[in-house]
Design a protein around this ligand. Structure first.
Ligand code: NAP
Ligand code: GDP
Length: 324
């Protein structure tokens, strides 16, 4: 949206602005020349407002008076943290999402783009999964708390449209990774946890321990690609129905292949062991990006190997202040 006289036409509040995807969106709009005249972008973290609290949520919306919201803030974590804390994933995310969507409604926000995830789809399903299948059966038992809370965003978006005509929508990213991710070994997602473990195994000359069999398949997407796509969704995508943001089905890789690429990127030559006593989580959650391709047939994804290398390099360079 452009302005003739330099006035702000679109004030975008990004919740979760300090996280993996928030930082990528910030880079896209603030540094990569994607910012448009008439747009103002505000990135907030839990330090600006604890969105679990309705009054703090209202106060931060009052302060910034957004016309548009990208809602990223959430309790987020890898498989093993989710298995330990299903109740907290459910409660925290239900509360944060309800506070943000209701406050957006109260303050007349025109558009909200929230984040679902491909791990919230039914466990027993046919493949590939598409946007119409979110509610067609229980999610995998490992992450039902996060999944049911996220599914409710889609229910809320439909209800806000039915009752108030709001165009609040959601994206469904597959596994995201990149700079500013959480590299914590016990709590992070697989790639960044493995990058940290590999870095330490190389430094200490020890074995790299991978959890699970390495057989599950995932579609990984680089955070900068998600950042560009979410800015497009905010500006151009007009449906209430969600849209899957993913690389193609042909780009699915096994955890084992991903581990080998990380070892290569970090030049780790030691022994790699797979602990098959630990859960594998979902074997696969192959998602179909046909809807995205209908809108953006020419969008180019960063090749996985290149994105792994970029993230490993960022981690090594920023080791002292990365989230570990
Ligand atoms: P992240 O790096 O863990 O960042 C989480 C963000 O949420 C941080 O900015 C954090 O603020 C904020 N936050 C957490 N609790 C909050 C609270 N109570 N009040 C205010 N802010 C709070 O997460 P991410 O990977 O960027 O994920 C962003 C969104 O994408 C989430 O909705 C997630 O479910 C979704 N998603 C992620 C993936 C993935 O693979 N990472 C895949 C699909 C969907 P602080 O920095 O202050 O803690
Ligand atoms: P998911 O894609 O939602 O299941 O979440 P993750 O990003 O946590 O990936 C989990 C998959 O990676 C499972 O198959 C795990 O067995 C495997 N994995 C291997 N090592 C690790 C690790 O150190 N941390 C995590 N989170 N997953 C690992």
């Amino acid at each position: 949206m452009a302005s003739q006289n330099g006035s702000v036409l679109m004030r975008v509040l990004v919740t979760g602005g300090s996280g993996l995807i928030g930082k990528a969106i910030e880079q896209v709009v603030m540094r990569d020349g994607e910012k448009r005249e008439g747009e103002q972008w505000i990135f907030i973290s839990s330090k600006d407002a604890d969105l679990l609290d309705l009054e703090q949520t209202r106060a931060v919306f009052e302060k910034h008076r957004p016309t548009h919201v990208i809602h990223l803030a959430a309790k987020v974590g890898g498989l093993y943290l989710q298995m330990r804390e299903n109740l907290h994933f459910l409660r925290d995310n239900l509360r944060i999402n309800d506070n943000v969507l209701w406050t957006a409604h109260e303050m007349g926000v025109t558009k909200v783009v929230s984040c679902l995830s491909s791990c919230i789809f039914p466990d027993k399903t046919t493949y590939p999964i598409d946007e119409t299948m979110i509610h067609l059966g229980p999610p995998h038992e490992s992450n039902y708390g996060y999944s049911y809370a996220k599914r409710m965003i889609d229910v809320q978006n439909r209800a806000y449209f039915a009752q108030y005509g709001h165009r609040y929508t959601a994206v469904i990213p597959t596994n995201v990774f990149g700079p500013h991710d959480n590299f914590n070994e016990a709590e992070g997602h697989v790639l960044t946890a493995i990058m940290n473990k590999t870095y330490k195994a190389k430094r200490n000359n020890t074995t790299l321990n991978v959890w699970g069999s390495g057989k599950p398949l995932r579609q990984f997407i680089y955070s900068m690609d998600i950042g560009r796509l979410m800015v497009w969704v905010l500006r151009e995508y007009d449906e209430v129905d969600p849209i899957i943001l993913s690389v193609g089905e042909e780009d699915e890789v096994s955890i084992r292949q991903a581990v080998e690429m990380i070892a290569e990127a970090l030049e780790f030559k030691g022994k790699i062991e797979y602990d098959t006593s630990l859960s594998d989580g979902q074997l696969k959650k192959t998602a179909n990006n046909a809807k995205l391709r209908r809108y953006l047939p020419d969008f180019t994804f960063t090749p996985f190997r290149e994105a792994v290398k970029l993230t490993c390099d960022w981690f090594v360079k920023n080791y002292d202040h990365a989230r570990t």
